[in-house]
Ligand binder design. Structure first.
Ligand code: SR1
Ligand code: MG
Length: 392
């Protein structure tokens, strides 16, 4: 269902949200609506049937970033990008993204499957949940979505049509600034505790690190390898012990494959830092399994569905995967640094109540971030990466 816009943009009222969703429920159902969004950018309404408890989600983009306010205008086009990315990724990552029931470009909303039987993975992980299938599902999601939207699977005309359709300059600019630029300079958007100042100034003065960050930023700016989710942190994933659903691809665009893989792994590392013993071991397992499942499935897809003439040239697939791995580590490093000292933090680290432990954990995140960026060519296996977490 694609609904027709009846007016120009305005924030939906709860009554309007109920009206938009009504057709998806039995006639005469007693519907209620609640705003449940806790993200940085949008409103999220849950419309549900009081009798059955069944619901649908209506997500509406605001013309500005909710986290900052009206002084930060933001394109409404991101709602359409998100809906189309969910549809495109859903073609390949079966069962791993919510179903889209309808969209409206003018009012910038998407009506989609209700996932409130699941929890946001970041929240569950902070509570100590282990989500046994999380990494197998995300490794699969990454391989399916990234392989199938790349030149390894698509005719070049279709790939370039998609790359143009998913041009997303304003949301990319947020990433370019908040992940790749601002944390490496003394910029106003940064946000960190005074106890971290010395460590942060060392980052700002580290030209070797800044050179590598600049190379990673350039790769993000220029390498249109596949249709990325674009913001694949653990807050963009709903999960329980059996199910995993990736939400929120409003940052979707054609970029380097390692960006999605790296963001997910970085957010697991941030969570791993907060745990000890078996708890950390479970995160180590997820990091290793994410890469292993991604690499195995990507290889299978390459062999069985790849259309590249050079695909059987000895060493080519291996060199592509090596490049993705190296990018993954570099992007993970940038994500760890920005989630610690940039504008948008993660609750895993910010939520540590003991101030001394929190500061030490953040220093560890910064150290691992720097190592991943600087040593991304020397760390050649995923176990080299998890060793950084194990040896804390
Ligand atoms: C102003 S937006 C800040 C962050 O929230 C989003 O989820 C992205 O991660 C972005 O960098
Ligand atoms: Mg988001």
């Amino acid at each position: 269902m694609t609904t027709t816009a009846v007016s120009t943009y305005h924030a939906l009222t709860e009554a309007e949200a109920i009206g938009l969703a009504a057709g998806l429920f039995p006639a005469g159902a007693g519907l209620e609506c609640r705003e449940i969004g806790d993200g940085n950018l949008n409103y999220v309404y849950r419309v549900s049937d009081r009798a059955s408890g069944k619901g649908v989600i209506i997500k509406q983009a605001l013309p500005y970033a909710k986290v900052v306010g009206e002084s930060w205008p933001l394109t409404l086009k991101r709602a359409a990008i998100e809906a189309e990315a969910l549809r495109k990724h859903g073609e390949y990552a079966t069962g791993l993204v919510p179903e889209v029931y309808g969209t409206d470009e003018k009012l910038a909303y998407t009506i989609m499957e209700d996932l409130s039987h699941l929890t946001i993975a970041r929240e569950g992980l902070i509570e100590g949940k282990s989500y046994p299938k999380l990494s197998a599902h995300i490794g699969e999601y990454l391989a399916q979505t990234l392989f199938h939207t790349s030149d390894f699977a698509l005719h070049p005309f279709e790939k370039k049509r998609l790359a143009a359709e998913f041009s997303n300059p304003e949301l990319c600019k947020i990433t370019e600034d908040l992940i790749f630029t601002d944390p490496f300079f003394d910029y106003e958007t940064n946000d960190f505790e005074p106890e971290l100042r010395e460590t942060v100034e060392a980052i700002w003065n580290n030209d070797r690190l800044k050179l590598e960050a600049a190379k990673l930023k350039r790769s993000f700016l220029t390498e249109a390898e596949a249709l990325l989710h674009g913001d694949l942190h653990t807050g963009s994933i709903f999960a329980d012990d059996n199910e995993t659903k990736v939400i929120d691809p409003e940052f979707a665009f054609y970029g380097p494959i390692g960006f999605d893989v790296g963001l997910f792994i970085a957010n697991l590392i941030a969570q791993g830092i907060t745990r000890n013993g078996d708890g950390r071991g479970s995160i180590v397992g997820h990091i290793e399994n994410t890469w292993q499942v991604f690499e195995t499935r990507f290889t299978e897809l390459w062999k069985n569905e790849g259309i590249e003439d050079f695909k059987e040239v000895p060493g080519y697939r291996e060199s592509v995967l090596e490049k993705i791995f190296k990018d993954t580590l570099g992007f993970a490093g940038c994500e760890l640094i920005r989630r610690t000292i940039g504008l948008a933090h993660v609750k895993d680290l910010d939520g540590i109540e003991d101030a001394a432990v929190r500061i030490e954990s953040k220093k560890q995140a910064l150290r691992i971030g720097e190592t991943l960026i600087l040593k991304r060519s020397e760390l050649t296996s995923i176990q080299d990466v998890t060793a950084l977490l194990k040896e804390l």
